[in-house]
Design a protein. Structure first.
Lengths: 347, 347
């Protein structure tokens, strides 16, 4: 088997007690900075330091089309995928203003969009194919394409790391990819499919019912071997598999991974089926309204930072939460100690 | 009656439909930026513009001591109030790193701290008295002091506004002020006192019980006329009343008011008993763990942006949430429209 492997370790736990001690000596009642303290401990553990930093953050948007959209599983037409890529490149999309606000460098990757961009500048061409196959009838992604996606996703992250990045987030643009996410979710969590399927970009309840009935049929038609890689390939999207590869590479490089909404949460779930330790590098930005998102977060015992009703994708839920992660790092580095500030400790 | 009055109006509602129309034409599924869209509509309404901005944000920390601490209602000793003021001025407290992170200018106000700062630079001296009286036995604040607090709090905000500020947040430092907040809360909401009393900076359940029994006695001892100003004065703190005055002044000047945790939520509740329209200018940064905070937020039908387990005070819950408010404003100004970006509208 030639596929890429990763060397992902759990962060050493010895440092946790030292991080807690440092935080407990900052001028505040014990535990009174709540989630910021938890984040500081996690990031300090990942970086194995009492003075963690966030350097050169990147946000990667992977774009891909999905053969299953031929069945009408999405409210939005597939033509929106390439249209939005142009919008990303122009800087006019939701993810753009958030990345600008937080000084996060963006990369837009064509993982497999059904459109000829003809060498569009600012778009990284990693196109595997012009959209996946329709998994109502066949595997969406071949085994060779799967390997390619993991490798290419990993390569993007490696490049960021070499540029000095130690925190990275991922987003997606791919009409139809909530469907793929629901399929992965039901297969990996055993949560019934109907609880994993939601409105996507705008279905009403009738639309969700139609989407569910198509996905149910696709699940019944699936005759694969049930292995992780088979499930990932059969129902996967190119952009989602590149995100999986990117997450695994980020964990191998001890980078903090900031997770977006429903789709990226299912990508980290998928990644964890290959390498469970990847979860220790993940911070969850946002819990969206998409049916199933809360369920998969609960399954992962993940506590998202925000609950803002975002359902745009692109990574907006991750990038919107970035300053909160930054706050945690600033806390542990910048706050004074009781001793230094001459504040009575039993505050 | 000579006390200061404010001219606070509800923002005109005509603009809301135009704000909604603008937001619905941005390149995203309708409603898919959730809370950011709600914030943009609120801020656009306050500023009566389709291109709202946030300019020169200020954060004001009012400090004051409380006579009731003589009864042991607080886990932390009262000496911590002035100690922390020195920490604020040195830049080592929790609120400092957050304000630096978000480029928010801070002002520290001595509203009534029981300490001689001897003209400490960077501390605005508005001291009314060295701590309030003990409301177990008498009114904490006189009617003259009440007027002074409202005027001085308003003056601080006026100064910020003149410096170009259109969004402001408030925090406090005052050992004992969760007790005053609980008293205001029970009086104004009729929620039973035991549900309004919590751990403050660190009481265990026995400590909370002792605190409750003292506050219950104080409530029984109260023989005032039950008017808003009488309740505010009797149980109030100087720092809290200055925050009330500041909030009212901010609303009069059409400024966005970013509300912190339990204490500041009770200050906006108090302010709304004087001028109900003030609530339309408020954005709630954080729901803390202090017992009663969720109840008073629910009472105000307020939806806090964060739920981060913060219980530090100082305004950390407001300032930590600032970038989320900033995101909302950037969204409405920076995102492209369907037409401009040539994206199919039914996305």
């Amino acid at each position: 088997m030639s596929h890429k492997t990763f060397n992902i370790k759990s962060p050493e736990k010895e440092i946790v007690a030292h991080l807690v001690e440092k935080i407990d000596n900052l001028t505040k009642p014990k535990g009174s900075l709540g989630r910021l303290e938890e984040l500081a401990i996690q990031i300090g553990s990942i970086q194995q330091t009492l003075t963690p930093t966030l350097t050169h953050p990147f946000h990667i948007v992977f774009g891909g089309d999905h053969g299953i959209t031929a069945e009408g599983v999405s409210y939005s037409p597939a033509e929106v995928t390439p249209q939005m890529v142009f919008n990303f490149v122009e800087g006019g999309a939701g993810i753009n203003f958030l990345a600008r606000q937080h000084h996060i460098e963006m990369k837009i990757v064509d993982s497999g969009i059904n459109y000829d961009f003809n060498g569009l500048e600012q778009l990284i061409d990693m196109k595997v194919r012009k959209g996946t196959r329709n998994y109502l009838h066949e595997a969406a992604v071949t085994r060779e394409e799967f390997d390619l996606c993991i490798e290419r996703g990993a390569q993007v992250v490696k490049d960021c790391h070499e540029a000095g990045c130690n925190i990275i987030s991922f987003g997606e643009m791919g009409i139809g990819n909530t469907s793929s996410s629901s399929m992965w979710m039901t297969c990996f969590t055993q949560i019934p499919l109907d609880l994993c399927v939601g409105a996507g970009s705008g279905f009403d309840s009738e639309g969700v019912k139609r989407k569910y009935s198509i996905l149910k049929q696709a699940l019944e038609n699936y005759k694969g071997d049930g292995s992780v890689i088979d499930i990932l390939s059969y129902f996967g999207g190119y952009e989602m598999l590149m995100a999986v590869g990117g997450m695994l590479q980020a964990a191998e490089l001890n980078m903090v991974i900031l997770i977006d909404g429903f789709i990226m949460t299912n990508c980290i779930l998928a990644a964890s089926r290959l390498y469970p330790e990847v979860l220790e590098y993940a911070i969850y930005g946002h819990q969206g309204d998409e049916a199933g998102h809360k369920l998969v977060l609960d399954y992962l015992e993940a506590k998202p930072l925000l609950n803002f009703g975002l359902r745009l994708g692109e990574g907006t839920g991750a990038v919107c939460a970035y300053p909160l992660v930054d706050s945690a790092v600033r806390m542990i580095n910048e706050m004074s100690t009781f001793k230094k500030a001459s504040v009575t400790k039993y505050f």
